[in-house]
Design a protein around this ligand. Structure first.
Ligand SMILES: O=C(O)CCC(=O)C(=O)O
Length: 271
């Protein structure tokens, strides 16, 4: 399959709302492999390492979150430059038509949410950091970070869908009822927020500067998603994770360029 490219309608809707839904982004075979990987995750404690991946839940309510998941195996490596979205993120946050085009993945996470779990509301255009900024200027997109949330299970009512406030990536005002992330305020009833229902295999692409979060899961079972966060090539990982030499060596050149866009240079060894 060739790379999918954003259409004029995609650009219009992404600019207007701050997000897009990419249906059937991942094929059923790949989906099955990813779910098998989830089935085989060990029962890690918070902060426990598994190779070069680490369980590091965002909050006490978000549930199991395995960071640096690209280290775990091939099905995750294929997501780095996946044909369903790579041209989208290149266009929206890859510094296109600048002296320094390129991408970097600064976080990649496997997330399992169970009943009661949620991710508090956060972000939004008001006083946004450069990292999360939405920007379009001089006929190019200049977003600081675009996220792919890939659904591995169907996510409908009660499953804890991600919620977004369409258009809030351009907000000049704080949402008066957004509450406090650290206090774990829920976004279920936030005015203007809508749930994004996905089928397994669909992906939600959004600029991180949109107000968003994960609504409370009330159903039994698991919501499984993978989050890859893309940004310009000169950024670095959020928490200081480094991609292992082993991983970088086994990637394709195109994938390696995304995880290690500016390989370190050092003076020649002395002696
Ligand atoms: O878990 C979710 O649905 C939302 C995740 C989220 O808020 C984020 O990735 O920033």
């Amino acid at each position: 399959m060739g790379n999918q490219t954003p259409s004029p309608l995609d650009d219009f809707l992404f600019d207007l709302r701050g997000y897009l839904i990419l249906e059937n982004a991942v094929d059923p075979e790949h989906l099955k492999e990813l779910n098998q990987q989830f089935d085989n995750f060990p029962p890690l404690e918070t902060n426990e390492w598994w190779g070069n991946a680490q369980r590091r839940d965002y909050t006490k309510d978000t549930g199991f979150e395995l960071h640096n998941v690209v280290e775990i195996g091939k099905p995750f490596e294929c997501l780095i430059d996946h044909p369903s979205w790579i041209e989208y993120v290149r266009r929206y946050c890859g510094d296109k038509d600048s002296y320094f085009e390129g991408l970097f993945i600064d976080e990649c996470i496997a997330s399992i949410r169970r009943s009661g779990g949620h991710h508090p509301v956060h972000s939004g255009g008001y006083r946004v950091s450069l990292r999360c900024l939405y920007q379009y200027m001089h006929e190019v997109f200049r977003c600081g970070q675009c996220n792919i949330i890939l659904a591995l299970t169907d996510i409908g009512p009660g499953d804890g869908p991600t919620m977004v406030v369409p258009g809030s990536h351009k907000s000049n005002f704080p949402h008066p009822n957004a509450g406090d992330y650290d206090a774990g305020d829920r976004m279920n009833t936030l005015e203007g927020a809508i749930p994004v229902h996905l089928k397994a295999g669909d992906a939600l692409l959004f600029v991180d500067g949109i107000l968003h979060g994960g609504s409370s899961r009330t159903n039994d079972g698991e919501r499984r998603i993978i989050i890859y966060r893309y940004g310009p090539a000169y950024t670095r990982t959020r928490y200081g994770f480094e991609y292992s030499k082993k991983l970088l060596e086994r990637l394709t050149p195109a994938q390696r360029t995304i995880l290690d866009p500016v390989p370190a240079i050092r003076p020649p060894r002395q002696g």
